[in-house]
Design a protein around this ligand. Structure first.
Ligand SMILES: Cc1cc2nc3c(=O)[nH]c(=O)nc-3n(C[C@H](O)[C@H](O)[C@H](O)COP(=O)(O)OP(=O)(O)OC[C@H]3O[C@@H](n4cnc5c(N)ncnc54)[C@H](O)[C@@H]3O)c2cc1C
Length: 385
C-alpha cells in the first residue's frame, strides 16, 4: 500500500484528498493530510464581505469536519521537507514518511514591504486590505462610513491570489458610492505593477473600457514603495505620489517557509518549482504540487486548484495501476469579476488562449454571489465536481 501525504488543507489539499479517497480504496492508498490551522476559510468570498453580499459566519468551517472517513488529518506545523529521504518533519508529531508528497501549502503575505504598509494596516483608519478575513470586515465598515474623497486600490507586487479581486473592489466601490449618492465627491484609482490591468484579451480591452466609463483612473507600471498613512500618500519607486483618503492594498505574496527551505523543491519565493502540465517537482518525481503553492504561470485561484486536484487524482490512479499517467493540466482557470451591482464578468482562460467572451451578465452574478459558496462546501471540497 502506498502512503500519500498532503501538505496543507486549504482549497487545493482538501479537494485533492477527498476526491482521491472517493476514487481509490483504503487498501490501495493511505492518505494523510497535515494542516496547521483548525479553521478553514472560503477566501473567494472575502470580496463579497466587503460589500455586504456575504456574512462572515458562512465562510468558515472547522478543518476536521471537511474530510471523508479514511483520511488521517494531523493538525500540526510541517517544519521540514526532506526530499531525499521522503520524509516530512512536524512540530509535534515527529517525522512522517511518504511514497508520494503533494505540496498544497498555498501563498502567504509578506507585510514588511512596501514601507509603512504594516503599520498603516495595524494603526491607521485609512489603510486596508481585504485579502485577510479580518481586513475584509474592517474595510466593509470603512466603506459604509466613507463620505467622499479618493479611494485607491493598489497591488504591491505580482503574482497574487485572484488578480481580478483588486479590480472587482474598485469597480464595486465606485458603484457603491454612486448608490450612496456621493459619486461626485469621490475619485477612484487602480494601480498595478504590470504594464496592463490584466494579462490577456479580450478582458484587458473590456476592463479598460469599463474603467473609462466609470471614471476610474488605471495606473499601470506602479510599484508601491511607501505607504505614508499619516499624510495619506502612496509613493512608488519611480517617485510618483498619489493622495488617498482610503487605500485598499494587496500585500506581496510568497510561498511557505517550509517550501522555501526545502532543497531542490522550492524556489527563492517559496513556491514549488514544478512542471506546469504534469505538476511534479522538477527534481523529484514523487513530489507534486497544486494550488497557490506552485510556480505555474497562471492565476492563483481556487478554480485552478479544483482543476489541478482532478488531474492529479487521475495521475495518481494511473501510477497506482502501474500505468504511465496521461492526464495533464492545461492552465485552465476561471476568474469572476464583479463589475457593478448585479453584474459579473468571467475571465476564463488556459495557458494558451482565452476560453470565453468578455460579457457581463446577471446570470454570472447569480452564480458568483449566490451559488459558488454552497457549491464550494458541498460539492467542490468533497471532490464531487
Ligand atoms: C480576496 C481573495 C479573493 C479571491 N477570489 C477568488 C475567486 O473569486 N475565485 C477563485 O477561484 N479564487 C479566488 N481566490 C483565490 C483562492 O482563495 C486561492 O487560490 C485558493 O484558496 C488556493 O488554495 P490553496 O489550497 O492552494 O491555498 P490555501 O487555501 O491558502 O491553503 C494553504 C493551506 O496550507 C496550510 N499550510 C501552509 N504551510 C503549512 C505548513 N508548513 N504546515 C502546515 N500547514 C501549512 C495553510 O495553513 C493553509 O490552510 C481569492 C483569494 C482572495 C484572498
Amino acid at each position: 500500500m502506498k502512503h500519500i501525504v498532503i501538505l496543507g488543507a486549504g482549497s487545493a489539499g482538501v479537494m485533492f484528498a477527498n476526491r482521491l479517497r472517493r476514487e481509490v480504496s483504503e487498501s490501495e492508498v493511505e492518505i494523510t493530510i497535515i494542516e496547521r490551522k483548525e479553521m478553514h476559510f472560503y477566501q473567494p468570498a472575502y470580496t463579497l464581505i466587503v460589500f455586504g453580499l456575504e456574512e462572515p459566519e458562512n465562510l468558515m468551517r472547522p478543518t476536521k469536519d471537511l474530510f471523508y472517513d479514511g483520511i488521517n488529518l494531523i493538525i500540526d506545523e510541517a517544519t521540514k521537507i526532506d526530499a531525499e529521504k521522503s520524509t516530512i518533519s512536524t512540530a509535534k508529531n515527529g517525522d512522517i514518511s511518504y511514497d508520494y508528497l503533494v505540496i498544497a501549502t498555498g501563498a502567504k503575505f509578506n507585510f514588511d514591504e512596501p514601507e509603512g504598509m504594516k503599520e498603516g494596516l495595524e494603526k491607521a483608519e485609512n489603510v486596508h486590505t481585504f485579502y485577510t478575513f479580518e481586513g475584509a470586515l474592517k474595510l466593509r465598515e470603512a466603506l459604509n462610513n466613507f463620505e467622499g474623497g479618493t479611494i485607491i486600490s493598489s497591488v504591491a507586487e505580482m503574482p497574487i491570489k485572484c488578480p481580478a479581486a483588486p479590480m472587482k473592489f474598485i469597480m464595486m466601490a465606485e458603484d457603491m458610492m454612486r448608490e450612496k449618492g456621493i459619486r461626485n465627491k469621490c475619485k477612484f484609482i487602480f494601480t498595478i505593477t504590470l504594464p496592463a490591468v490584466f494579462s490577456r484579451e479580450p478582458y484587458v480591452g473590456k476592463l479598460n473600457s469599463l474603467f473609462k466609463a466609470k471614471g476610474i483612473e488605471a495606473i499601470p507600471n506602479f510599484a508601491p514603495s511607501q505607504v505614508d498613512y499619516n499624510n495619506g500618500v502612496l509613493k512608488d519607486y519611480s517617485g510618483k505620489e498619489l493622495k488617498f483618503d482610503l487605500l485598499s492594498i494587496v500585500p506581496p505574496h510568497e510561498g511557505d517557509q517550509v517550501v522555501e527551505n526545502a532543497e531542490g523543491v522550492g524556489n527563492p519565493a517559496g513556491y514549488v518549482a514544478c512542471d506546469k502540465n504534469h505538476m511534479y517537482s522538477l527534481n523529484y518525481k514523487n513530489i507534486y504540487s497544486i494550488g497557490d503553492a506552485t510556480d505555474f504561470p497562471t492565476s492563483k485561484t481556487a478554480s485552478g486548484a479544483r482543476k489541478q486536484a482532478k488531474v492529479l487524482v487521475d495521475r495518481v490512479k494511473s501510477i497506482l495501476k502501474g500505468e504511465e499517467p496521461k492526464a495533464t493540466y492545461d492552465g485552465e482557470i476561471i476568474c469572476p469579476m464583479l463589475t457593478r451591482n448585479k453584474r459579473v464578468l468571467f475571465a476564463h482562460f488556459n495557458y494558451t488562449e482565452s476560453l470565453s467572451p468578455a460579457i457581463e451578465s446577471y446570470m454570472n452574478w447569480v452564480l458568483k454571489v449566490h451559488m459558488l459558496r454552497p457549491m464550494y462546501w458541498n460539492l467542490m471540497l468533497k471532490g464531487l465536481m
